[in-house]
Design a protein around this ligand. Sequence first.
Ligand code: PAF
Length: 281
Amino acid sequence: MQIHSAIPDLRAALNNRRGIVFVPTMGNLHAGHIALMAQARARGDTVVASIFVNRLQFGLGEDFDKYPRTFAEDCEKLSAAGVDLLFAPAENDLYPETQQYYVDPPEIQSQLEGAFRPGHFRGVATVVLKLFNIVRPEVALFGKKDYQQLMVLRNMTRQLALPIEIVGGETVRADDGLALSSRNGYLTPAERAEAPRLHRVLRGISDAVRNGRRDFAKLESEAVAELGRNGWKTDYVAVRQQVDLRVPQPGNTVLVVLAASRLGKPRLLDNIEIQAVQHER
Ligand code: PAF
């Protein structure tokens, strides 16, 4: 696996390469990332991964400084997964001057995750557009665990007519259902034992909606209450339309339930896509 940190070096290495499939990451790779690499390997001639902890998408007081950085282990995993090139820029490679031009996603950037992380999606969209311009992939893969991010990037790519196919990778879970995340490392053993409840609660909502329930607000507040009884502090549990993450329109059955909740210090995210059956009234 080639590793490049300077933009001109990566561009030179990619010159004349076709069928580039790209998986951007912030490192600290787990089985969810490796599944994306395998999906990329199966789709393309040249698999490019990136590792860059993007300051622009972290708010004040968030974990930018202590975000886990495990570069040597990450390189071993990427190489074993058949990645051809790794782009691992330093901050000065990607932001040699203060970034003043941004991609400003629409109003959905202030809802759900955006309501709790102001500016987050602006930072994500900006760095991803920049990475796309450097790597120039035909296909880019993102995990569905960050569902809102995937939706923002898919819609950005379509609206800006970027010639890139955006593919979502299924969330990889531990045996007990907990979605894998770099932030799971922050959980104490007791919190780790409690953590799968988030997925169970979402599964309960997903089953109920599949069985015809449309009283989303009630389902959401019951879920928040159950989490609360077990020590969680919930930012949101929300049933939304998959396409734009807005509140479901009557008759829309292509839904997703998303949640973010804090267990002790760590804040965990999860979601489940729901294909509800249209029930006769
Ligand atoms: O999902 C991530 O790891 C990051 O948000 C991304 C897409 C690599 C942009 O920094």
